[in-house]
Design a protein around this ligand. Structure first.
Ligand code: FCB
Length: 476
């Protein structure tokens, strides 16, 4: 029997798609993207401070120095969430606020800040979800090897312990956000901090991020007991072969291997996929496995966080000289709608992904911990941001979640990336993902149409007729 009305994608009797009771609706953010105040109260330097200040690394030379100034404006932003009636906030703690050197005693000011964030959220009835690592590694740890070094994973366990002590009432914890991005863009392609371009380093980093996840999970459980639910968020990108030709099927398999199975298999099956191990080894990149690591990485998860934005359709390309021996070429599907980041909009891909995870892996409950889109938003002469493309994007993906639940997937929540427009890593401030527009000159917040729409979905725990209903597209 289906867990939801409107099974099979058909609307329920009232015309809407209802979600199971207790489904958690939220928004996601990350410290470096919103906080600013990078030197305040003893915060240390992170790899993103160093990287964004280096010439040519980010669009326009943008940095997170000020960002959305949320460190100072957290009260106002939580009030805005409360006005919009958004039930949950997933935010990350900045490691360099808590341990400016990446090791040693935790800073009182750093912990107090996040204690205050949790208190503010609770006062407004908003559920906090804490991410321990969203890419802002303390620079001193990078200087000592960063994620290439196992030592960083050990230090991360100390961070987990300190944060758990200060925020012991938080019920949902994400250890690491998107290890693929942190490892392969940070140490492989150099598009992200720390900007290294060495495949062996990237592979070592990916393993140490998973070890860090395992150690942090143990530390959280030791401190918080079974009450705390602990998971990890992976960016999963379905790889679709451009044709049935064996070369294209193989190319899609390679991409799926490195982006998806490389993390899913060790986390959920206790071993790295042998095909990917073999290809990486042929490229001179070995996993620095220590005895017991496989069990440590596969520590049972209370939930798996899925960050979903897009799918990629790929054809075979020469393997030689390609990054990680991937040998894939993206194929442009004529007519496919795309976001400002040029990511193809594919809500059905989300349903397929969630169903695949449930059928192929022994998965715990799932949460979509990030989903959203950048568009060229602007404040119009009436003072409004009519981001109807985002409303459509969100409606499509919420519908896709409903469809997955109707097909039996145990999906417990959905988080939009992001609450506010913010510092979009190497793209600086050029990409606006927020439900709320930020005028960076004045820090004025302007809720977009999509904020009203999403608030309606969350309030009704349902997507209305034609994607409207409670969260009607007119937004009122
Ligand atoms: C994800 C990141 C998040 C944000 C979105 C657009 O990969 O986790 O910080 O940049 O993409």
């Amino acid at each position: 029997m289906s867990r939801v009305e409107g099974a099979g994608g058909q609307p329920g009797p009232g015309g809407e798609r209802r979600f199971p009771d207790g489904f958690l609706w939220g928004v996601s953010t990350a410290a470096y993207q919103v906080e600013g105040a990078v030197s305040k109260d003893g915060r240390g330097e992170s790899i993103w401070d160093r990287f964004s200040h280096a010439p040519g690394r980010t669009f326009h030379g943008d940095t997170g120095d000020v960002a959305c100034d949320q460190y100072h404006r957290i009260g106002e932003d939580v009030e805005l969430m409360a006005e919009l009636q958004i039930p949950a906030l997933r935010f990350s703690v900045a490691w360099p606020r808590i341990q400016p050197e990446g090791r040693g005693p935790a800073s009182r000011a750093g912990l107090d800040h996040y204690r205050r964030v949790v208190d503010l959220l609770r006062q407004h009835g908003i559920e906090p979800v804490v991410t321990l690592y969203h890419w802002d590694l303390p620079q001193p740890l990078e200087d000592a090897g960063g994620w290439r070094s196992r030592e960083t994973a050990l230090r991360f366990a100390d961070l987990a312990e300190a944060v758990a002590g200060a925020l012991s009432d938080v019920g949902l914890w994400v250890t690491v956000n998107e290890p693929w991005v942190a490892a392969f863009l940070g140490y492989g392609t150099g598009e992200h901090a720390p900007g290294a371009t060495d495949l062996a380093s990237a592979v070592a980093a990916s393993h140490h991020l998973l070890v860090a996840h395992g150690l942090a999970t143990r530390a959280l459980r030791a401190r918080l007991g079974a009450e705390a639910r602990v998971g990890i968020s992976l960016n999963l990108v379905p790889a679709i072969p451009a044709s049935d030709a064996p070369e294209d099927l193989a190319a899609a398999g390679r991409l799926d291997g490195l982006t998806n199975r490389w993390f899913l298999d060790p986390l959920l099956r206790g071993r790295y996929p042998s095909d990917v191990l073999g290809r990486l080894s042929a490229q001179g990149a070995e996993v620095p496995l220590v005895e017991g690591d496989e069990a440590l990485v596969a520590v049972p998860l209370d939930f798996l966080g899925v960050n979903y934005y897009t799918t990629r359709t790929v054809a075979a390309a020469p393997v030689e000289g390609s990054f990680a021996g991937l040998g894939v070429a993206d194929v442009d599907l004529p007519g496919a709608a795309r976001t400002a980041k040029n990511w193809r909009i594919d809500p059905e891909g989300l349903t397929a992904l969630l169903c695949r995870l449930s059928s192929e892996y022994p998965v715990p409950p799932l949460y979509v911990t990030e989903n959203g889109a950048a568009f060229c938003d602007y404040v119009d002469p009436e003072g409004e941001v009519r981001d109807l493309e985002r409303v459509e994007y969100l409606a499509g993906h919420v519908r896709a979640c409903h469809e997955a639940i109707a097909r039996g997937v145990d999906l417990r929540g959905y988080f939009v990336w992001s609450l506010l427009d913010n510092f979009e890593w190497a793209d600086g401030y050029s990409m606006r993902f927020g439900l709320v527009y930020v005028d960076y000159g004045t820090q004025r917040r302007v809720p977009k149409r999509s904020a009203r729409f999403y608030a309606g979905v969350a309030r009704d725990n349902a997507l209305g007729v034609e994607g409207a209903g409670a969260g009607s597209v007119s937004g009122q």
